[in-house]
Design a protein around this ligand. Structure first.
Ligand code: NAD
Length: 512
């Protein structure tokens, strides 16, 4: 297991440059916490622009040889990487839990999703093939082939320390690019451990690198002349900054932002099934998911029954520390990532009350001992769509409920939402489901399933201010993002027939 975690000695987290783990010379450092205990478990360097430059240079030096490596050899490294992740699966899941706070089951599921990203990337030889039309004009053939871009960068958020980085670099590397990862400075340890495994899998030095840091480090990456493309996942304001700065400096950018995901419960829905899915969607990963169900729109007379059952179930969720040394086996919801984030989330409870919403379940009332960043689930009823708790991303275990009279009213609320990641509906009415699917103003839709994050073979299709760019993250769009096409047109002169009479050709081919 990673030394930083085993000993809790607060060793400095290392950068990865050209295959070597290096200490940063920065004077600015951040704390990495174990959210279950509230203790600092590692110190993360906030790398300087000079260090960023050296790491990007290392990636640029490694790029040409990697781009020339046959794609089947490139993906063989990823096959070995996958095997190493599976061999170290439990350790990785524990690391995710210890630095992020999600339950061990949630951490396992997130590592498994990451493995699926690698499985997708292992199939890239079949997907990267070009296209050809023979004889597109008389004696002219035309083809396209896909080339890598060069140095690509990934900047990732705190909520999925292993999975979100794996959305990016397996595809980028399989396509022949070199990569620099800047993981969240709140949760760098899982990314570092995965980096160790990728090196062990035999990736040549410099093809994959890691720098750590905050805005200074990100801005150095966004403006670096050798960086060709930037993948970003994080909050909306930072996503917009990354998109605008990166594109202004000539980079290709895909930037996924925050979300407010609507869950519609129709009057004919099964209450038990809907509540179970709603609780999992809103309070899974303690609400720290861009695909959390973060606003319930309850239609018609089902409202009272649904809110009662929801509060009953949420109040009984087993909340507690998730660190394997402290956790009960049946813990269902863990702590938030930092005390600062906990205070921000709890602040929304006061905001909602001030705005006039009814706080029918107050997570602060739970008796939660210890120094971890814990709070119970909360539910607001009688929320108006214009309230801040209905419009803003809380990113914690707080579920606002808006009562509406019909599907059209729910769809109209969706139309005013600035975000557009996902939404789902619970109903037995096929026509309502179809209307919802067609009309709801978001890019990822669930029907009788919680807000659905697409698996590796589908793109992460956020809309509105949940995404800035053209090509989304994951799957075929990810492949397009990390490659550029080259078109070649070839004319075949009709010389063969003439050349039979040509003495030079005859002598050169021994037909004199
Ligand atoms: P964040 O925006 O604070 O940080 C994301 C990354 O940006 C980190 O690596 C961080 O170091 C860097 N960063 C932070 N502030 C910056 C600044 N001012 N300038 C440049 N870089 C900066 O996000 P977070 O709090 O780590 O993660 C939670 C957010 O991520 C939520 O809004 C969530 O919805 C979003 N998210 C979105 C998706 C998606 O697919 N749309 C997936 C996961 C998380």
């Amino acid at each position: 297991m990673n030394a930083q975690l085993r000993d809790e000695t607060c060793e400095p987290v290392k950068m990865l440059r050209a295959g070597s783990w290096e200490s940063s010379a920065t004077e600015r450092w951040g704390d990495v916490y174990n959210p279950s205990t509230g203790r600092v478990i590692a110190k993360v360097p906030l790398c300087t622009a000079d260090e960023v430059d050296k790491v990007v240079q290392a990636a640029a030096e490694a790029y040409p040889a990697w781009a020339q490596t046959p794609v089947v050899e490139r993906v063989r490294v990823l096959y070995r990487f996958r095997e190493l992740i599976l061999a170290n699966f439990e350790e990785l899941a524990r690391l995710v839990t210890c630095e992020h706070g999600k339950t061990l089951d949630e951490a396992r599921a997130s590592v498994q999703r990451g493995v699926e990203m690698i499985e997708f990337a292992c199939g890239i030889p079949s997907l990267i093939m070009g296209q050809c039309i023979e004889n597109i004009a008389r004696d002219v053939d035309c083809e396209t082939i896909r080339h890598p871009l060069g140095v690509c960068v990934g900047i990732t958020p705190f909520n999925f320390p292993a999975m979100v980085p794996l959305w990016m670099y397996p595809i980028a590397i399989a396509c022949g690019n070199a990569f620099v990862l800047k993981p969240s400075e709140k949760v760098p340890l899982s990314a570092v451990r995965l980096g160790e495994l990728l090196i062990e899998a035999g990736l040549p030095e410099g093809v994959f690198n890691i720098v750590h840091g905050d805005r200074e480090c990100v801005d150095a990456l966004l403006t670096h002349p050798l960086v060709r493309a930037v993948s970003f996942v994080g909050s909306t304001n930072v996503a917009r900054h990354v998109y605008e700065t990166g594109t202004r400096h000539g980079k290709r950018v895909q930037a996924a932002g925050g979300a407010k995901n609507h869950v519609i419960i129709m009057p004919d829905a099964d209450v038990d099934q809907s509540v179970a899915a709603l609780v999992a969607s809103a309070f899974g990963c303690a609400g720290e998911r861009c695909m959390a169900g973060s606003l319930a729109l309850v239609v018609g007379e089902i409202g009272d029954r649904l809110v009662d059952r929801l509060c009953e179930r949420a109040a009984n969720l087993k909340v507690g520390p998730t660190d394997p040394s402290l956790a009960d086996d049946d813990v269902e919801m863990g702590p938030l990532v930092t005390r600062e984030h906990l205070e921000r989330v709890v602040g929304y409870l006061d905001v909602g009350v001030r705005e006039g919403a009814s706080l029918v379940l107050d997570g602060r009332a739970r008796d939660l001992r210890g120094d971890g960043f814990l709070v119970g689930p909360s539910v607001f009823d009688n929320v108006r769509p214009d309230m801040r708790v209905a419009r803003e991303e809380i990113f914690g275990p707080v579920l606002p409920v808006v009562r509406v009279s019909c599907l059209d009213e729910a769809l109209a609320i969706g139309d005013t939402c600035e975000y557009g990641n996902g939404a789902c509906i619970f109903t037995r009415d096929g026509r309502a489901a179809r209307q919802f699917k067609h009309r709801f103003n978001a890019g990822m839709i669930g029907i009788n399933i919680g807000v659905p994050a697409p698996m590796a073979w589908f793109p992460f299709t956020g809309w509105n201010r949940s995404f800035f760019g053209d090509l989304h993250i994951q799957a075929a769009e990810g492949l397009q993002f990390y490659t550029q096409q080259k078109m070649t047109m070839t004319r075949w002169f009709e010389t063969a027939r003439d050349s039979h009479a040509d003495p030079v050709w005859r002598s050169a081919t021994g037909r004199s």
